[in-house]
Design a protein around this ligand. Structure first.
Ligand code: GLU
Length: 507
């Protein structure tokens, strides 16, 4: 695949010859009366990275909002790197996020003959030409340009070369980029961005082996897919200028454009692995909910007043391209975690339970998977108590473990100090009282424990923690009365008695 052109660094002030001009004016030329068709066009890199997921999200939300379609095109022309697994990983990431697409994914590679035909049509129409320059010639051209302090562009020497005698020689096909013109991108996010064609050169559209370049393939595919809006990262802006040259040569309608500012790390540098720029699957394994990641990704580049928390439904309702931010977004894991805890708190226990189960399975936590499966009802009952205490699904699983923890309950290191001879005696006495209560409900258990405290002049705070540790092995858990209610009388008393009798472990 042709290496993507590096975009020129841009700022609104830079208007020198080598830089595109950005007016900052918001221009939105396409009426939304056309059928909205967006596309997500990932290269199958083996994982759906955060930036790609955000691009997919905005394409999807925009299409949903306007009752249009989002298509999926896999840019799989680099056959040396292509694998089915790499492709599946992208689809899995999208599916997990709940981002769906219309129709079968389109393979860019499968369209290569169509791309080549279009290159031939451009050639026949005199809009493109054969270039016979050898690699030595091209290298020399680049070197000369460097020596003169000019950018290394193709100088167009084959444009007017007679080709009669050389027609069969090895050649590429180059587009005739119009000379001394301006290419204007009317971008929904960036405003008007102007490129001078002298900075674009006659770039290659068909390689000497007859394969199309990325630049040509994208234009032909977007046209054939009837894409109305291209929403992608602003690292593609220079590509867009070149693609407009192809659109114009073919007389095709140029889709509306929206180029999203890239995501940066908290330190302001372009987001990379060292900032936690992982694939979405990594976030899934860390226990993030897809709706939290969607919420967070949307906030990375789009805003709706001061709203930080929103559901995917609200996002679709509120979304507009005009509200996309122009400035680079900063990735902040703490914010994601905070949103995740809010989404966990507001999730329905049924859905959360299924997510916990599948995560335990995915991570190979077989004890947790079995424990969850065998205690579905009890866990669903206690989940509303656990939800406000967990930032991730992993924490939620860990908070639910007490339900299926086997005897003797394993005591966390920092919890051990709550168990000593005195508290063990207290636990034994409380167990005796609890044997006789009529209704095993949080209310009645609470009354009995409080009464024990009153009778023995012990504050509830001094009772709760040893009980909690005896029941769960931890210092943090759901409310102890709810815990006992959900464990049931037999299991609760078993745990209390076991702890009361457990001399050796703690003395
Ligand atoms: N395959 C390109 C990428 O992954 C996207 C191309 C496009 O959106 O036009 O960056």
């Amino acid at each position: 695949m042709l290496k993507k052109q590096k975009p020129a660094a841009r700022t609104a002030q830079e208007t020198s010859d080598n830089q595109p001009k950005i007016s900052g004016k918001q221009i939105w030329p396409v009426k939304l009366t056309r059928e909205i068709i967006t596309r997500f066009a990932p290269s199958p890199t083996g994982f759906l990275h955060i930036g790609g997921a955000r691009t997919a999200l905005f394409n999807w939300v925009f299409a949903k909002k306007h009752k249009g379609k989002m298509l999926l095109r896999i840019e799989d022309t680099d056959r040396a790197r292509f694998t089915r697994e790499a492709n599946e990983a992208i689809l899995d990431g999208l599916k997990w996020l709940g981002i769906d697409w219309h129709e079968e994914p389109i393979s860019q590679f499968a369209n290569r003959e169509r791309h080549a035909r279009i290159a031939m049509e451009l050639l026949a129409a005199g809009k493109a030409y054969k270039c016979f320059c050898s690699s030595e010639e091209l290298e020399k051209m680049r070197q000369d340009a460097r020596e003169k302090g000019l950018p290394p562009r193709y100088d167009g020497r084959c444009r007017n070369r007679s080709r009669q005698d050389r027609d069969d020689a090895v050649h590429v096909i180059r587009i005739k980029t119009p000379e001394n013109r301006q290419i204007t991108i009317n971008d929904a996010v960036q405003g008007q961005v102007v490129f001078k064609t002298q900075n674009l050169d006659d770039f290659i559209i068909l390689r000497s082996d007859g394969t199309p370049t990325y630049m040509l393939a994208v234009v032909v595919d977007d046209h054939d897919m009837k894409v109305s809006h291209i929403i992608r990262g602003d690292d593609h802006l220079t590509n867009t200028a070149r693609q407009i040259v192809i659109y114009e040569a073919l007389g095709w309608t140029i889709p509306a454009m929206a180029h999203l500012p890239l995501i940066h790390g908290p330190d302001g540098a372009k987001l990379s692995k060292r900032h936690g720029a992982l694939g979405v699957d990594a976030y899934r394994r860390m226990g993030y909910l897809p709706e939290a990641l969607i919420n967070y990704l949307a906030r990375l580049g789009w805003s709706h007043g001061d709203d930080e928390f929103f559901t995917t439904g609200q996002l679709i309702e509120w979304f507009s391209l005009e509200a996309l931010n122009k400035g680079a977004a900063r990735f902040d894991l703490a914010k994601l975690e905070n949103l995740n805890s809010q989404h966990i708190r507001r999730s329905r226990p049924e859905g959360l339970f299924e997510s916990m189960l599948s995560l335990a399975g995915e991570l190979g936590q077989t004890d947790d998977k079995a424990g969850l499966e065998n205690n579905r009802q009890a866990i669903m009952e206690i989940l509303p108590e656990l939800q406000p205490r967990a930032k991730t699904l992993l924490e939620l699983i860990s908070l639910a473990q007490f339900i299926y923890a086997p005897l003797p309950i394993k005591i966390e290191e920092k919890a051990a100090r709550h168990i000593n001879e005195q508290t063990r005696q207290m636990i034994a006495d409380i167990a005796l009282r609890l044997e006789n209560i009529k209704d095993w409900t949080p209310q009645d258990i609470s009354m009995a424990v409080r009464k024990f405290g009153d009778d023995n002049s012990i504050k509830l705070g001094k009772i709760a923690q040893p009980l909690r540790v005896a029941l769960t092995g931890r210092t943090v858990s759901a409310g102890i009365f709810e815990i006992m209610a959900v464990l049931g009388r037999d299991e609760s008393l078993k745990r209390l008695r076991d702890q009361a009798a457990n001399q050796a472990a703690t003395d």
